[in-house]
Design a protein around this ligand. Structure first.
Ligand code: PHE
Length: 340
């Protein structure tokens, strides 16, 4: 058989191959170690130099051609097999990369809230919840903030549209958790100690330290001889427990209409060997409950004293996890959330 004939027969043969098995047979026959072409290459050495060159070149060309035909045909058959299989219900494409299962986890604010709540629970505080949609009365008036009081400006408010003209009291999204002080005292007699975790809302422009929504934990402890020193001791202990680490606490005089005297609490993380850190961060407003509140809820005159505070959960989380922008908490960016 000469080379031309061989090429012809091989071409006809591959055209007939319909599946992987017949193609493999073809490959063994025309490209395998015992194929006519291989035997021909082996016998080249017996030819004269001139013959060897011309015949060798010819054979090489045919070999290349057959190899290419083989690759193309193989591809065709494989693709065809996949197409056929895809239609059937039990097709499993084992070449697909697997689905990576990611496990969800708690939001950093949930983690921090749980830590803070657990600390207060250890100190005997009960956990109470209140409504996010609040009456104007509880959010402001009952807290010594009448309509014309300048302190109302501290809480830019999101008001809720009245549902009817008959609705007497206005409603709003609570601007702090303090309304629960009065709500709780109306129904309960001292002594008690409670915390009220919850979401608050303010109508303000957002920036790296202000959000339109945020979480507070309100605290209220009332008894016969509760004083500001008790507050300082409890809060210092709680902060130590939350941070498990070196933090300094600072109390500054401040003003809130529903406490007297009022204070603000700042904390600062003490970095080892670094005395230069002067970054105090305000984490809560607090003070001794104003006697007018006790009077409003009908408590016996001059018998009770107590402290109240409102702690910013985001602030604690920002310090604890070194987050520099409050807006990240409410932004569903998985790259941020995955750090916790
Ligand atoms: N409600 C105040 C605020 O949102 C904080 C506060 C709570 C102050 C309790 C005093 C007592 O800023």
């Amino acid at each position: 058989m000469n080379l031309e004939q061989l090429e012809q027969i091989a071409k006809e043969g591959i055209a007939l191959a319909q599946d992987a098995q017949s193609l493999e047979q073809w490959r063994i026959q025309y490209l395998g170690r015992k194929s006519a072409l291989s035997l021909f290459f082996n016998s080249l050495s017996k030819l004269s130099l001139q013959e060897r060159k011309t015949q060798g070149e010819k054979a090489n060309k045919i070999h290349k051609l057959l190899k290419n035909l083989y690759i193309i045909k193989k591809d065709e058959i494989e693709k065809g097999a996949n197409e056929l299989n895809k239609g059937s219900s039990n097709f499993l494409d084992i070449t697909q990369p697997g689905d990576k299962k990611t496990q969800g986890h708690l939001h950093p604010l949930t983690l921090v809230s749980r830590d803070i709540i657990a600390s207060f629970e250890k100190m005997g505080f009960s956990i109470i919840e209140g409504p996010e949609i609040e009456k104007e009365y509880y959010n402001f008036d009952a807290l010594n903030i009448p309509a014309d009081h300048p302190a109302r400006e501290m809480w830019d408010t999101l008001w809720i549209k009245p549902t009817s003209k008959k609705q007497k009291s206005k409603t709003l999204l609570r601007t702090h958790t303090s309304p629960m002080q009065v709500r709780f005292m109306e129904k309960n007699q001292p002594p008690f100690r409670i915390i009220v975790p919850g979401r608050c809302f303010r109508y303000e422009a957002t920036d790296s330290s202000h959000e339109i929504q945020f979480y507070q934990i309100e605290g209220l402890m009332v008894g016969e001889d509760i004083n500001l020193s008790n507050f300082k001791a409890i809060i210092s202990e709680i902060i130590k427990d939350i941070f498990k680490d070196n933090v300094s606490v600072r109390f500054r005089p401040s003003f809130f209409p529903f406490v007297s005297p009022g204070v603000e609490v700042d904390i600062r993380q003490e970095l080892k060997g670094d005395k230069s850190n002067n970054n105090w961060l305000e984490i809560m407003g607090a003070g001794m409950v104003h006697p007018a509140l006790f009077k409003r809820v009908g408590y016996e005159n001059n018998r009770w004293q107590g402290f109240a505070f409102g702690l910013g959960v985001e602030r604690i989380a920002m310090i604890k996890y070194k987050i520099d922008d409050i807006r990240l908490f409410f932004n569903p960016d998985i790259r941020f959330l995955e750090q916790f």
